[in-house]
Design a protein around this ligand. Structure first.
Ligand SMILES: [Zn+2]
Length: 211
């Protein structure tokens, strides 16, 4: 093997990505697996708003989401935001749409030092196209709340009651993005905040449903 060939091989090796689902050497979630995953996509309704879960209760996907959120596995942002962008385009029908994400708790922001769900929403808009605009200041926390993990359904509902407010009114419809839906209390609180400002919530798009 000539030296330059060897060097090329070596570069391939260090930049190689294995698909987390099938092990194929390509991207960290390969195109084939993205296609398969989103075949499970389903819509459920929450206070009359369609909630599109791009994947169903999928253990690998759930693990990847916590790697992304809690361990800062930054290269997951590309496949994740591609998947979310497919959901955004599904609902848009050529309209201009404002994209918001469910705000993280102060506790989570402090622990992570950045907001992975905001970054996901920004990146998903880029993949989805120009008619999607992320608005980071529209939906804000309205009170102190705890992380939802470890709370039962009743506690989650109390924790999330009046959790958010919409800072201003909008004529454009919004789509809300989040990583996952468990009981739906965070999405419901977001929808409530928008309805108080008479903002039309077109849909919610999440990566995983734990319903
Ligand atoms: Zn794959």
């Amino acid at each position: 093997m000539r030296a330059n060939e060897f060097i090329r091989d070596f570069t391939n090796l260090i930049s190689q990505n294995y698909c987390y689902f099938c092990g194929q050497i390509e991207e960290i979630i390969c195109h084939k697996c993205i296609k398969e995953l989103i075949q499970e996509a389903k819509i459920q309704y929450l206070v009359e708003v369609p909630v599109l879960s791009m994947t169903l209760n999928n253990p690998t996907m759930s693990k990847l989401i916590s790697s992304y959120k809690d361990r800062g596995e930054a290269n997951l942002i590309v496949p994740f935001s591609k998947i979310i962008s497919l959901g955004l385009k599904y609902f848009s029908k050529h309209q201009h749409i404002t994209i918001v994400n469910v705000p993280s708790t102060a506790q989570a922001l402090q622990k992570r030092g950045l907001d992975p769900i905001t970054l996901l929403a920004i990146s998903a808009c880029k993949f989805a196209g120009k008619r999607f605009t992320h608005d980071p200041s529209l939906l804000q926390s309205n009170k102190h709340r705890n992380d939802q993990a470890g709370l039962n359904v009743a506690q989650r509902n109390i924790n999330m009651k009046d959790a958010f407010r919409a800072n201003y009114s909008l004529t454009k419809p919004v789509i809300i993005i989040d990583d996952l839906i468990t009981t739906g209390s965070s999405l419901r609180a977001s929808v409530d905040a928008f309805r108080q400002q008479k903002i039309n919530v077109k849909a919610c798009v999440v990566m995983v449903s734990h319903h």
